[in-house]
Design a protein around this ligand. Structure first.
Ligand SMILES: NC(=O)c1ccc[n+]([C@@H]2O[C@H](COP(=O)([O-])OP(=O)(O)OC[C@H]3O[C@@H](n4cnc5c(N)ncnc54)[C@H](OP(=O)(O)O)[C@@H]3O)[C@@H](O)[C@H]2O)c1
Length: 259
């Protein structure tokens, strides 16, 4: 019996993803294409998923490493299973699956939000992530990493976005439940919650001077996220260094939730 903690021979490198096989949904533009570049440059193989195949091909063509292009809709159960099968056929398995595809229509008031719009947002942002997670878990035979792109709006809502707020809060609940259910399989499940980043989805906010000022005013660092700010959290959660982290939310928001 020693009173000294046992020091391991080596420590896993936080963020090392070289050789990892990573599925990224919503990879045709915006934050997903940013993640694709970051993982590819770090030596991962990436499967790019979105509906618009020509945009995926353009992203794939600009990556330094190997990639798969898989066009389809994340709300389609069979498509998610086909993505898992394609990754297994090409790579023999999947190490990380990033459920990032999302939509965010702005609707002025609850009475103006059509039931069909509510369902569509929940269908893409929440059900789509569930179907991806379920397909991923089937092929993560030796453990793996599930990462959902949430949002600071999942914790603190903004007006006009009730479906989006609910979908992102729902992702947190789902991640915690899945983390419990999938722990025996060695699969960790976490949420990255970005603050405000420039992307086609966020364009409406950026273009509105009042909204843009409100966002920077609320963010402790008084700025939007820069492209290089985002991927580190995902790479850490996909790396061997995060094996004991599950069911949690990592906010990448410059302190947006502090004020
Ligand atoms: N930008 C921000 O400041 C910010 C902040 C917090 C959270 N987020 C979250 O980050 C994620 C990415 O957002 P973004 O800003 O990069 O948005 P974006 O530029 O609009 O990109 C959305 C991506 O999702 C794909 N997509 C949408 N519906 C899909 C569907 N049904 N099936 C498959 N793919 C689908 C789109 O491709 P196709 O249209 O070709 O299918 C596209 O690749 C979203 O979950 C969003 O909620 C963004």
């Amino acid at each position: 019996m020693t009173d000294q903690i046992q020091i391991p021979e080596t420590f896993p490198d936080p963020g090392a993803v070289a050789g990892k096989r990573v599925v990224i949904t919503g990879a045709s533009r915006g934050l997903g294409s940013l993640l694709a570049h970051a993982f590819s440059r770090a030596g991962a193989s990436v499967a790019l998923v979105a509906r618009t195949e020509k945009d995926l091909k353009a992203v794939a063509g600009a990556l330094p490493g190997p990639s798969l292009v898989l066009g389809g809709d994340v709300t389609d159960e069979d498509f998610n299973e086909a993505v898992a099968d394609a990754a297994v056929a090409e790579w023999g398995g999947v190490d990380a699956w990033i459920c990032n595809a999302g939509i965010s229509p702005i609707v002025a008031a609850p009475r103006q939000l059509a039931a069909s719009q509510w369902r569509q947002v929940l269908e893409v942002n929440l059900t789509g992530a569930f179907l991806g997670a379920r397909a991923a878990a089937r092929v993560m035979a030796n453990g793996g990493r599930l990462i959902f792109t949430g949002s600071v709006l999942g914790e603190r809502p903004r007006r006009g976005l009730i479906a989006y707020n609910a979908s992102k809060a729902g992702l947190v609940g789902m991640a915690k439940g899945l983390a419990l259910d999938l722990a025996p399989a060695g699969i960790t499940v976490n949420v990255v919650a970005p603050g405000w980043f420039d992307s086609p989805l966020a364009q409406g906010w950026k273009d509105d001077p009042g909204l843009a000022a409100a966002i920077t005013g609320h963010t402790a660092q008084r700025r939007w996220g820069a492209p290089e700010d985002l991927a580190g959290a995902y790479q850490f959660l996909a790396s061997d260094a995060s094996a004991f982290i599950t069911g949690t939310v990592v906010s990448v928001d410059g302190g947006y939730l502090l004020t």
